[in-house]
Design a protein around this ligand. Structure first.
Ligand SMILES: Cc1cc2nc3c(=O)[nH]c(=O)nc-3n(C[C@H](O)[C@H](O)[C@H](O)COP(=O)(O)O)c2cc1C
Length: 387
C-alpha cells in the first residue's frame, strides 16, 4: 500500500480496485446531487481559530456516544452492501471499528448477516433498522439483533421511498452482480476484488435471504425491498418500535427542528442529523447547516449526532465544536474498505483521528469535551435566510 495521508488517497485506490457498479453506488447522490455535494462543501465555509502558546500535553479524543465510551466520537454509519465493496465487508468494518474503539452500525441491507458479524467480533455492534411493511419480519430482525448482543438500535426514518440515483439504474445495480458483457469486462480488471469474492459465500443480502418466505431468487431482492419499505411509517409507529426495543434507540435521518422535537417526544435517546448522505431528498440543506437549528430545538434533552459530508478530522471538529455530541462517517470508511479491507478501514479512522487530534490542539484545546463555538469562525449567513 502506498503512503496514506488523507481520505482522498484511499478513495483513489478504492476507485481502482472495486467494480464501477459498486463505486458508483457509493459515490452518488440522488438526482442532481446538490445535497450530496453541499454536505461536504458547506464544511469548507466554516473556519477554525488558530490559538498558540497553550499547553498541549495530555490530549484526548475519548468521548461517549449513546452511553458508550468511544476512542473518538466518530461512529461507522450504516452502509448497505458493504460485502460488495470488499469480500465479507461488514465483518471487516466491524472488526476495524472494534480494534479502533468506535461503534460499528450494521445496516439492515448488509451482505453479512447479523449473526455472521456477531460470530466474528467480540463487542456488541449497533444495528440499523429499516421499517418494512412486514411487521413480523421487522420484529424478528429486532429479536435477531438483540440475540446477537446488539444494545443500540438505529432506526432510519428518511428512506420510506428510495431517492433515485441515476447511476444505479444505468449500471443495473444488483447483489450479486448480474452477468452483463460490460459487467464482466469491468469485473475482469478488478482481480483482487474478484478473488476475494470467489473466496466467500456471502454475496447476497444476509439478513433477508433465508428469512423471508417466497424469496428464493437473490436477484429479486432489490425489487422485493423496494416494495417492502413501509410507506405508512408515522410517529405512532416509531414510538411503538422504540417501546419494543430494550436498549438505546437512535433516530437517524432528522433534518428539521420540528422532527427533532418529535424525536424527543417519542422517547429517542439520540438523533442523527442526516439526509442519508445526499442519497434521498435532493435540494435539502446540508446536515452541517441544519445542525444549529436542530440543537436549538432539542435544547440538550437528548444527544444530537451528525453525519453527511465528513471527509476529515477537521470536519468532525467543526461538527463537535458547533455542539454535536457525536458524528458518523459513511463514504470515508467505504473508501478504506474497498481499498484494503479491515486494514483500510483502520487507515481511514487513523487519518481522521490524527487530523482531529492535531487540529484540536492547534485550536488551543486538549480534549473533545473542551470544544465549543469559540474555536469556530462561522459566516454570518451560514444558515441562510429562508422563508
Ligand atoms: C453506499 C451507501 C449505502 C448506505 N446505506 C445505508 C443503509 O443501509 N442504511 C442507512 O441508514 N443509511 C445508509 N446510508 C447512509 C449512511 O448511513 C450515512 O447517512 C451517509 O453515508 C453519511 O454521509 P457520508 O457518506 O457523506 O459520510 C448509506 C450511504 C452510502 C454512501
Amino acid at each position: 500500500m502506498p503512503v496514506i495521508t488523507n481520505i482522498d488517497d484511499l478513495k483513489a485506490i478504492y476507485r481502482r480496485r472495486v467494480p464501477k457498479m459498486f463505486y458508483d453506488y457509493a459515490e452518488a447522490g440522488s438526482w442532481t446531487e446538490q445535497t450530496f455535494r453541499e454536505n461536504s462543501t458547506d464544511f469548507d465555509k466554516i473556519r477554525l481559530r488558530q490559538r498558540v502558546a497553550v499547553d498541549m500535553t495530555n490530549r484526548s479524543t475519548v468521548a461517549e456516544m449513546a452511553g458508550e465510551r468511544v476512542a473518538m466520537p466518530v461512529a461507522l454509519a450504516p452502509v448497505g452492501l458493504l460485502g460488495m465493496q470488499h469480500a465479507d465487508g461488514e465483518i471487516a468494518a466491524a472488526r476495524a471499528a472494534e480494534r479502533f474503539g468506535v461503534p460499528f452500525t450494521l445496516s439492515t441491507m448488509s451482505i453479512c448477516s447479523i449473526e455472521d458479524v456477531a460470530e466474528n467480533t467480540t463487542k456488541p455492534f449497533w444495528f440499523q433498522l429499516y421499517t418494512m411493511t412486514d411487521a413480523d419480519f421487522v420484529r424478528r430482525l429486532m429479536e435477531r439483533a438483540r440475540d446477537a448482543g446488539c444494545k443500540t438500535l438505529v432506526i432510519t426514518l428518511d428512506l420510506q421511498m428510495i431517492g433515485q440515483r441515476h447511476k444505479d439504474l444505468k449500471n443495473g445495480l444488483s447483489a450479486p452482480p448480474k452477468p452483463t458483457l460490460m459487467g464482466w469486462l469491468d469485473l475482469a480488471t478488478r482481480w483482487s476484488w474478484g478473488l476475494g469474492m470467489l473466496g466467500t459465500k456471502r454475496r447476497a443480502f444476509g439478513n433477508i435471504v433465508g428469512h423471508v418466505q417466497g424469496l428464493d431468487d437473490p436477484s429479486r431482492l432489490y425489487e422485493w425491498t423496494a416494495k417492502q419499505f413501509d410507506h405508512s411509517l408515522d410517529w405512532k409507529k416509531v414510538a411503538k418500535l422504540i417501546e419494543m426495543w430494550d436498549g438505546k434507540v437512535i433516530l437517524k435521518g432528522i433534518l428539521d427542528p420540528e422532527d427533532a422535537r418529535m424525536a424527543v417526544k417519542v422517547g429517542a435517546d439520540a438523533i442523527v442529523v442526516s439526509n442519508h448522505g445526499g442519497r434521498q431528498i435532493d435540494g435539502a440543506l446540508s446536515s452541517i447547516r441544519m445542525l444549529q437549528p436542530i440543537l436549538d430545538a432539542v435544547g440538550g434533552e437528548i444527544e444530537v449526532h451528525l453525519d453527511g459530508g465528513i471527509r476529515s478530522g477537521q470536519d468532525v471538529l467543526k461538527a463537535l465544536a458547533m455542539g454535536a455530541d457525536g458524528t458518523y462517517i459513511g463514504r470515508a470508511y467505504v473508501y478504506g474498505l474497498g481499498a484494503n479491507g479491515e486494514q483500510g478501514v483502520i487507515s481511514a479512522l487513523e487519518v481522521i483521528h490524527k487530523e482531529l487530534d492535531t487540529n484540536i490542539a492547534l485550536c488551543g484545546r486538549r480534549k473533545v469535551s473542551e470544544l465549543d463555538r469559540d474555536v469556530l469562525l462561522i459566516p454570518e449567513d451560514f444558515e441562510g435566510r429562508w422563508q
